[in-house]
Design a protein around this ligand. Sequence first.
Ligand SMILES: [Mg+2]
Length: 112
Amino acid sequence: MGEKLSINDFARAVHENAVMHGWWDVEKPLPEIIALCHSELLEALEEYRKGKQSTETYYNGEKPEGISSELADCIIRILDYCAAAGIDIEAATLEKHEYNKSRPYKHGGKIC
Ligand SMILES: [Mg+2]
């Protein structure tokens, strides 16, 4: 840690680590990644249901646990896939953010 990486550089580092740990011995289809992201989000929900605060990290041995840790797991899975698939997630995120800024207040009258 300490060294500042771009999002794409970090995605490549995450993917490299996943490859080294054998998670890409077999090509992962996008539907599998999406399902795994859902599982991480449900883990975050379970932490919430236990009454944990969003900023609270606790440890199971050396393993960090909590809402933020599960959200991090989801981001890591997304970045891993982006690097594997050659997605420029930095450009895509910036492009989408710029578009979102241009949208009207609660565009379409949605409640959330
Ligand atoms: Mg997890």
